[in-house]
Design a protein around this ligand. Structure first.
Ligand code: AN7
Length: 356
């Protein structure tokens, strides 16, 4: 049977009734790709769940299908959100599909080009403020009680409900098993919250016999959870996770502590290195924020975190969520790469450049 999106696939796990109009772009069912080179470095079996292959190019589609379906069911006319980019792209696309208006509030100059182009082409009203994501989210919270308005940030519980299906898919794809470790970037901390909820529910239902250890990674300049305090001026090249006061802070801590995991920080340098490494060695182009998880694996691998002490012991299974597609941020890709070789238009010049 053809895949019809996460609501159809996981209906019995979701707050959906026969009356709910299902707004979908057939999101989900993203591949879990084995990463042999990363596995070798980590001394583990590492799988990459490429969420960049969702309809709008990020994991946000899982939550947005549910948020827009419920907004429509509840009679909302306008959906609003604050965003570092991907939420706005997904909200705009699903609002277009639902036939609802969409207003997105973004930090001026700090969202990647691809994401901005998505919000615009899907005809959202794009409002840029001279302030960061945290300020934008504060304003959105203040507007949440307006008539006919639905907030579709992850403070909307339906977003978390939709995103938890990522955990179900991981377990299904591993043949009815949870991974030993789940690695994930942390920004507003909705996704780590959602995955942990998903694993717990699958475990309670008896679909899996264990739950993973949750390993979250923030960017060093935007690492409030690691520091244990709000970061007033978060800074990182990974603009998607440039967040200083995450809405999901408490639930991220619960995911960490209940699973015996950790939330750590990686530097921009480590993120960029992992971003390029992934593209060059595993053939996967993920956006910088997504590479923070890979940077985290590489950092832990340097400390032999995944390495088994007993000789011959079975390797751990590690799943890393690549949250967004690299094409979201073409500027960063070009900035991070080798130059283009400009040569005259003849065979000799091209051959010379090929060898050089
Ligand atoms: C690619 O779009 O917050 O910890 O406004 O775009 O659930 O916030 C994006 C976040 C990781 C962090 N990777 O997830 C937004 C926004 C990518 C992202 C995150 C985001 P959360």
């Amino acid at each position: 049977m053809a895949w019809k999106g996460i609501i159809q696939e996981y209906r019995s796990y979701l707050p959906i009734s026969d009356k709910t109009p299902v707004v979908t772009l057939n999101e989900g069912n993203t591949p879990l790709i084995h990463a042999p080179r990363l596995s070798e470095l980590a001394h583990a079996d590492v799988f990459l769940k490429f969420e960049g292959l969702n309809p709008t190019g990020s994991f946000k589609d899982r939550g947005m299908t549910l948020a827009l379906s419920k907004a429509k069911e509840d009679g909302a006319k306008i959906v609003i959100c604050a965003s570092t980019g991907n939420t706005s792209a997904a909200a705009a696309a699903y609002a277009a599909k639902a036939g609802l208006r969409c207003v997105v509030l973004i930090p001026e100059g700090k969202i990647a080009l691809g994401k901005l182009s998505q919000a615009l082409i899907h005809h959202a009203k794009v409002i840029a403020i001279k302030g960061n994501f945290d300020v934008a989210l504060t304003i959105i919270r203040e507007l949440s009680s307006l008539e006919s308005v639905a907030v579709v940030n992850s403070i909307n519980p339906f977003r978390i409900e939709g995103q938890k299906t990522g955990a179900f898919e991981v377990c299904d794809q591993l043949g009815g098993k949870a991974p030993d470790y789940h690695v994930i970037p942390v920004g507003n901390a909705g996704n780590i919250t959602a995955y942990w909820k998903g694993y717990k529910e699958y475990h309670q239902k008896g679909n899996i016999s264990s739950r993973p250890v949750m390993l979250g990674f923030q960017a060093k300049g935007a690492a409030p959870i690691v520091l244990g305090k709000i970061v007033q001026k978060p800074e990182t090249i990974a603009t998607a996770i440039r967040i200083g006061n995450p809405a999901g802070w408490k639930t991220a801590l619960a995911a960490r502590d209940e699973s015996g995991g950790k939330i750590d920080a990686v530097t921009d340098k480590e993120i960029l290195k992992a971003y390029k490494w992934l593209a060059e060695n595993e053939g996967i182009f993920a956006e910088p924020a997504s590479a923070s998880g890979v940077a985290g694996i590489l950092k832990l691998a340097r400390h032999k975190f995944f390495t088994k002490k007993q000789a011959g012991a079975k390797r751990s299974t590690v799943v890393c969520i690549l949250t967004g597609h690299g094409l979201k941020d073409p500027d960063q890709a070009i900035k991070s790469s080798k130059k283009i070789h400009q040569v005259p238009a003849n065979k000799e010049a091209v051959m010379k450049a090929m060898r050089g």
